[in-house]
Design a protein around this ligand. Structure first.
Ligand SMILES: *Cc1c(COP(=O)(O)O)cnc(C)c1O
Length: 375
């Protein structure tokens, strides 16, 4: 059995043809037809009116926070269990992330714990669609509405996922996607922001491009401090080719994810992410959490998988454990026992779009054998 990786990009469509077209026609920078085409098609795919490409998912989150007007003195409530970029992007604006633990079963922000963290400084809630499963947007929207808060959706792991029939990216005021190599679709490095709010769309485009006036004369006079977050046409070309294949990739991930959930669910001693009935996850990553009945540390478990040619990764460390965020002034105190446990006892299993049925079965067979030998 060859080594089974956690994830690798699948470039199975028109990528080479579209990139070649950019090179041949001399359109390799951030103007060009693929940028517009990719933005439009990505927005439509994500049930939104507008799409804005950027250089990466972190930039997408930062730009979204800027466009919403977040800054020093503002607080944003976010899940404690996520990738570090979710929090850093808020810090770039001067706003303060406020952490809330995640739900024990879905691993998304625990909406019951949000209201107690709201103060008169709170301006927004950031929800993260963790591992490809949408957060609880009905609840989040009720809370946001009653306190006048904006919603940033970090959908970096959830391209094409659905909540009550609506695609991720459309579930808050603004949706942020990453196109990094291990995400559902990729441009190598890249990101997209989605929104249906015309005012926000203009602010995103304005701040993305050094605050050059959106219309009017190019007289090199700038009213605000902006960023250069422009995606080049060559990468948008890859993005468009990837988007043409996304339904195929998602179908494969769903088939594998459902199979993993069914088979792993039968192994006593491991927990899998619970997918809510309202949700259609895209199964970005399939993970397990080892219960205490298994007499191996997480690292020992990963070593044994590796001996069987199976790659795995530990899960994210909670935001409450990040020295960078504590130095910045975030409050690490509170009850974060769910995210703590995910960090200490959780790991990803191979989950790429090109994973085969046989590979899933092989991985589960080995997990079961390791559990059995060590319980
Ligand atoms: C990947 C990811 C990001 C950051 O995206 P980059 O393209 O790597 O900058 C942000 N949030 C979450 C939840 C992610 O998974």
């Amino acid at each position: 059995m060859e080594f089974i990786r956690v994830c690798e990009p699948v470039l199975g469509g028109n990528e080479l043809e579209y990139v070649s077209e950019c090179v041949r026609d001399n359109w390799i920078s951030s103007a060009g037809k693929f940028v517009t085409e990719f933005e439009n098609q990505f927005a439509e795919y994500s049930d939104c009116k507008f799409g804005v490409t950027v250089t990466n998912g972190t930039a997408a989150l930062h730009l979204a926070a800027v466009a919403l007007g977040l800054g020093p003195g503002d607080e944003v409530i976010m899940p404690n269990f996520t990738m570090i970029a979710s929090a850093f992007a808020l810090c770039y604006t001067g706003a303060k992330p406020v952490f809330v633990d995640v739900d024990r079963q879905t691993w998304n922000i625990n909406t019951k714990l949000i209201e107690e963290k709201i103060t008169d400084k709170t301006k927004a809630i950031m929800a993260v669609d963790i591992f490809g499963q949408p957060a609880d947007y009905d609840e989040i929207q009720i809370i946001a509405k009653s306190h006048g808060l904006k919603i940033i959706e970090d959908a970096a792991q959830a391209h094409g996922a659905e909540y009550n029939g609506k695609r991720c990216g459309s579930l808050g005021d603004v949706g942020c996607f990453s196109l990094f190599a291990n995400k559902l679709i990729t441009t190598g490095e890249g990101g997209v922001i989605t929104t249906s709010d015309h005012g926000l769309y203009d602010k995103l485009r304005y701040h993305k491009n050094l605050c050059f006036p959106l219309d009017g004369p190019r007289n090199y006079i700038h009213e605000d401090i902006g960023f250069n977050y422009r995606m080049p046409n060559t990468l948008a070309a890859i993005g468009l080719a990837q988007l043409e294949k996304i339904d195929e990739y998602i179908a494969n991930r769903r088939r594998n994810g459902e199979k993993y959930a069914r088979m792993l669910g039968e192994i006593k001693g491991v927990q899998v992410q619970k997918i809510k009935p309202d949700n259609k996850s895209v199964y970005w990553m399939n993970s397990i959490v080892l219960e205490d009945s298994i007499r191996l540390s997480r690292d020992e478990f990963m070593d044994q998988l590796k001996e069987n040619n199976i790659d795995s990764r530990m899960l994210f460390a909670g935001m409450n454990r990040q020295p960078a965020l504590i130095k910045y002034g975030c409050d690490p105190n509170g009850d974060f026992h769910v995210s703590d446990r995910l960090y200490e006892r959780g790991l990803y299993l191979p989950s790429g779009s090109n994973l085969t049925d046989q590979q899933v079965e092989y991985v589960v067979e080995k997990v079961a054998a390791i559990v059995k030998a060590n319980s």
